[in-house]
Design a protein around this ligand. Structure first.
Ligand SMILES: Cc1cc2nc3c(=O)[nH]c(=O)nc-3n(C[C@H](O)[C@H](O)[C@H](O)COP(=O)(O)O)c2cc1C
Length: 211
């Protein structure tokens, strides 16, 4: 089926089955497009720690992200300590999964105007993790004062987001996550044809060469 003819993607509905990050065999290479379109935000992880080399590979990919004027306005606080993660889990309204993640990467930016760059960096980081078989889910730390205290971040850098990382649980999403997703994402993904305008806003007819 052509991409533009595809209906709403309902794989994400509450009844979705097991969702596992890709597993890499020794020396195997992932298809990059498959990594990108197959990436899911998962919040239920195993207890398996992430090897430090793998964590550094993921952070290195994030470091390589593009940014406005190449300012690279980010820094990372990598929280692996169990107690610190448990404290972070109380810094956001939906942040409970930070306690059960293998690691949390908090992205700091220089100013609120850097949020677009933070988004680019966060997605790079999460896709790099997914390519290594590691799931992730970003979360807002709503309680900024508390989060700064936990992280030891004094006034200055802005906390953009926190990203939980962990190996996906073999049983898939946990019950709380499934319930939340029923509300948040039962709607699945919008079809491409609803999103694309060709040459001019409102023109939905794809030029023959693009069809
Ligand atoms: C309870 C809950 C809280 C979430 N909070 C955030 C958030 O604060 N920021 C964010 O970018 N994504 C958050 N997400 C993830 C998005 O909702 C996610 O991108 C969306 O559900 C699509 O997920 P999928 O790629 O697995 O289909 C949250 C997800 C859940 C289940």
């Amino acid at each position: 089926m052509r991409l533009l003819d595809q209906p709403r993607d309902s794989r994400d509905g509450p009844g979705a089955g097991r969702l596992l990050a890709p597993r890499l065999g020794d020396g195997a290479r992932m298809d990059p497009y498959g990594v990108i379109v197959g990436k899911r935000d998962l919040r239920t992880y195993t207890d398996q720690p992430i090897p430090s080399g793998t964590l550094l590979r993921i952070l290195n990919a994030a470091r390589r992200s593009g940014s406005s004027r190449n300012r690279q306005p980010w820094e990372f606080v990598v929280v692996t300590d169990r107690e610190e993660r448990a404290r972070l889990a109380h810094c956001g309204r939906f942040a409970a999964h930070l306690a059960t993640a293998a690691a949390v990467v908090v992205i700091l930016i220089e100013s609120p105007r850097d949020q677009f760059d933070a988004g680019r960096c966060a997605q790079t980081l999460m896709l790099a993790a997914w390519s290594q078989g590691i799931a992730s889910c970003p979360v807002t730390l709503h309680h900024d004062v508390r989060a700064r205290e936990v992280l030891g971040v004094a006034a200055g850098p802005v906390i953009a987001t926190a990203i939980a990382l962990g190996y996906p649980h073999p049983r898939g999403r946990g019950p709380i996550e499934r319930m939340a997703l029923g509300i948040l994402t039962g709607r699945g993904r919008k079809p491409l044809a609803d999103l694309v305008h060709w040459n001019r806003y409102g023109n939905r007819r794809a030029p023959a060469a693009s069809a």
